[in-house]
Each structure stands twice: as C-alpha cells, then as structure tokens.
Design a protein around this ligand. Structure first.
Ligand code: RIB
Length: 293
C-alpha cells in the first residue's frame, strides 16, 4: 500500500508582517525565512510523518535540489521528481501576528510535468494504492485517469480552487477534500452542494469547527469536532489534514478515526510557523494534549 502524490514543491518565503498588506500599501516586514512548502509537498510530508509510504510525483528546477533532499529526509520517496528547466515554484507568504496569511504563488517547475513522466511513476501502482493530487501542478485530469485505469483509489484536494479543474476530475474521484470556501465556490459553479456530488466520500474542513464527512453510499453526513489551539500560522494546515487523512485510510483506519487523527495533526500544525518543515509526526499527534473546547 502506498500513496502516489502528484503535487507541487515550493520554496515558501515567509514574510512576518504587522498586518496583511492592503491594496496599494507598502509594508515593511519584520522577518523573512525560507521553508519547504507547496500543497503537494506538504501533503507528502504529512502522509510520510503519519507513517505511510509516499511517492511524490513532481518537478523542481536546477535551484531545487535542497527541496528534494529535504523531502527525502522527511521520509518521502523522491525518485519521481523531475528536474525542469523552469525554476522551482515558490510562494510569497505574508503572515500576521494572528496567524492569518495571504499567499502569492509562482508555479515555475510545478507546471512542467509530462504525461509520460506520470505514467512511468504509476507503472508499479495498483488497486491497493492511493493516488492523491491538488491544483498546483499541470496534468491533473490525465493523471487521475491513468490512476483510475490502474484501479487506484483516487483522492483530490480542490485547492487552490479552480472550478473548471475540479469539474474535470469529479467523475474520477473516490474522495474529495475541500474547505468551506471551496465547497461554496464549487456549489456555485456546479449548482450542486458538496453532499450531492457524484463522489463516494466528500470531506469539508471547517477550520476551528472541525470537518464534516458525507458518504454517498449511506447518504449520511457526520461531523468531527476540532481540538482547541491558539493558531500562530495556518499555512499548510489543510495539507497536513489531507496527508494525515490519506495515510490513515491507507493503513486501514475507519474514516471517522482517520478524520479525528487528521484534525489533531492540523491543530498541532497551526501552533507552529512554517509548512512542510513543521508538520508533526505521528507520535506527537497521538500524544498531544489539547485544551477543552
Ligand atoms: O497550503 C499552503 C501552501 O500553499 C504553501 O506551502 C504554499 O507553498 C502554497 O502552495
């Protein structure tokens, strides 16, 4: 059992700011740091930290060797990460003192993936494996079709939200993960609520309120509460949630148990500044003590 994750790899440039910049404002930051990020890389690290076998499918530029090395150190199989002529993707993240952020993305090498590269990466995958993807690379629909063709479980995090990209892959999915805002955007684009989509399992994350899970086979929607934390940085919390969820399902946890674990992991992540570099490991997640809600 393994998770094949087609995903972005970014250098996250984190600028601490007194408040998020307003349109037209020039704002001095109080510090700058660089970390490993990208929704894909964050999910791969989270799934690996949660004890899954993870193969990352992606690309970096000539300036991205450090990112690949770091993924490897975090337990991710990096053999399917290509070297592109484009520079490695990066994100400019403004982070304020309340833990809120805004993010500018430069896709770079993340948009240079080829179908033969993905086909080669999936050559050993089968029905016991999971294919995971999000919207920060190219070739998502082609890749999802290849994964389907191999009988894999197909899971998708609809972020950053793109109505056309999401609509194109909906019929190929077993599991869809999205946040409340993305769920509202999808409902507006498709005219269908998240619960009525043609996808077996739909998970809508609700931030501090936890998440809700709808299963099309039973027709039931269940709510999983979050644990209480004081956030310092929400960057990558959703990615941590998704990586942990997929790792839990991959090792056979029932959905509600996997969701509870994913919620705890995401809660712990928001108490730390950074993305992939600060994703908690399984021991930290299971042993963490959280305040009462
Ligand atoms: O979800 C958080 C991630 O979004 C950051 O790590 C950044 O790289 C962007 O991809």
């Amino acid at each position: 059992m393994a998770i094949y994750n087609l995903g972005s790899i970014n250098a996250d440039m984190i600028y601490r700011v007194p408040h998020l910049p307003l349109p037209g404002e020039t704002l001095a930051c109080t510090s700058l740091s660089r970390g490993l990020g990208g929704k894909g890389a964050n999910m791969s690290v989270a799934a690996a930290r949660a004890a899954a076998r993870v193969l990352h499918i992606g690309a970096v530029g000539a300036d991205g060797a450090w990112a690949v090395e770091r993924l490897l150190e975090y337990g991710v199989d990096t053999r399917h990460i290509a070297r592109a002529t484009e520079p490695t993707g990066h994100a400019i993240i403004a982070l304020d003192d309340t833990g809120e952020n805004n993010i500018l993305l430069y896709p770079g090498a993340n948009h240079t993936l080829t179908v033969p590269q993905i086909e080669a990466a999936l050559a050993t995958a089968g029905p016991d494996d999971t294919f995971l993807f999000q919207n920060e690379t190219n070739a998502q629909a082609e890749a999802a079709r290849l994964a389907r063709g191999r009988g894999m479980r197909v899971a998708y995090a609809a972020a950053p939200f793109d109505a056309d990209a999401t609509a194109a892959v909906l019929p190929l999915l077993d599991l869809l993960v999205l946040n409340e805002v993305e769920a509202a955007q999808l409902a507006q684009a498709t005219g269908t609520s998240a619960e009525n989509l043609p996808v077996r399992d739909v998970v809508v994350t609700l931030g501090a309120e936890g998440c809700r899970w709808h299963n099309a086979n039973t027709g039931r929607t269940q709510h999983v509460p979050a644990v209480k934390v004081t956030p310092v940085d929400t960057t990558g919390a959703g990615d941590t949630f998704t990586g942990y969820l997929l790792a839990g399902l991959d090792r056979g946890l029932p959905m509600l148990q996997a969701l509870a674990l994913a919620s705890r992991a995401a809660a712990l992540k928001v108490t730390r500044v950074g993305a992939a570099d600060v994703v908690p490991d399984l021991k930290e997640v299971t042993e963490a003590h959280f305040g009462a809600l």
